[in-house]
Design a protein around this ligand. Structure first.
Ligand SMILES: [Zn+2]
Length: 92
């Protein structure tokens, strides 16, 4: 009396189960998050000075209250000091 051989359990093939598209190319992903950055103006100390040879000039006025060293923000119609809040309107 030979014991009946147990049928081997069916192996699930992971390759067959996975959708074909996913296995084909999972590399495209980084291109979506691109955002165009508008480079409006230079930032930092470099933006405050204009160097011409040996001379340099300030591109923005300094604050009258805080004194030299405190540059004022350049808005379209006014300058504002971020330190003390002083605002000076541009004259035409
Ligand atoms: Zn100020």
């Amino acid at each position: 009396m030979a014991p009946a051989p147990k049928a081997a359990p069916k192996k699930e093939d992971p390759a067959a189960a996975a959708p074909a598209a996913e296995a084909a190319a999972p590399a495209k992903k980084a291109e979506k998050g691109k955002r165009e950055k508008k480079h409006k103006e230079e930032k930092g100390v470099k933006a405050m000075y204009k160097v011409e040879g040996a001379k340099f000039s300030r591109t923005r006025p300094t604050c009258e209250r805080c004194g030299p060293g405190y540059f004022m923000a350049d808005h379209h119609d006014r300058y504002t000091c971020g330190h003390c809040g002083f605002t000076r309107y541009k004259q035409k």
